[in-house]
Design a protein around this ligand. Sequence first.
Ligand code: G
Ligand code: G
Ligand code: MN
Ligand code: NA
Length: 253
Amino acid sequence: MQLDHAMRQALARGEFRLHYQPQLDLHSGAVIGAEGLCRWRDAERGEVSPGRFIPVAEETGFIAELGHWVLCEAVAQAASWRRQGLRMPVSVNVSALQFQAAGFVDSVAGVLAQAQLPAELLELELTESILLGDIDEIVGQLQRLADLGVKLAIDDFGTGYSSLRYLKRLPIHRLKIDRDFIRRLPDDPSDAAITRTIVDLGRALHLQVIAEGVETPEQHACLAAMGCHEYQGFLFAPALPATQFEALLRQSL
Ligand code: G
Ligand code: G
Ligand code: MN
Ligand code: NA
């Protein structure tokens, strides 16, 4: 069976899962958020990595449906946590195709209303690829999302097309430093300079900055020294099923 067909069937059968990777305050170690990451185990193929199926979903357009499912799932999870007295913001990855689809802002508003989740508990992670196109239109759409109260982050920051001129105009609240810049810290002087520059840029523009892919105590210490306030990565935890995420939270309280 073609991968695209298998994905459609899997979604219809409820075989996708959303795992949650903790995001932490770098200084206190408190868990401050959860990034939802899609997982799929296929009967024939076994666990298929999103690095493989997301690009296919982007090519075939299936990402619109999958992305909608991810949004609904994450929002429902955050609403469930909230009913249990746990205030835990969730982030989801939004592909450019999904962002550009007609009615995207309305669908986000609809999903939040349906789950009765305050908009500020949802963050959308957008890559710089959404900035290709009519920039006034794009800023308008981002503004409508921001007006709902939804938080906006630029994912994989530093790897794409964003010009600093646009950055000033975008109603975003967070930059996510791509893990490619973090990987060789603290030894690589270029990566250290780039990371420090992004942290400083965030401070100057009053944006939160989160480092992705933090795996070692040395990387953590280096980021702390640079004044970075947030991180996620295997040093603390990979993306986990919701129940394991909750168990980890109880442990770390
Ligand atoms: O989950 P990682 O562990 O393997 O994800 C690999 C890639 O797939 C990353 O670039 C990540 O952003 C992307 N990805 C994972 N889940 C989703 C999702 O729900 N939507 C989109 N658009 N991308 C996702
Ligand atoms: O593109 P995006 O930033 O959404 O991708 C998140 C991806 O990074 C997921 O595949 C997630 O599993 C992966 N990831 C998260 N933390 C780490 C880490 O510490 N090391 C590595 N190698 N990958 C990570
Ligand atoms: Mn992401
Ligand atoms: Na990223």
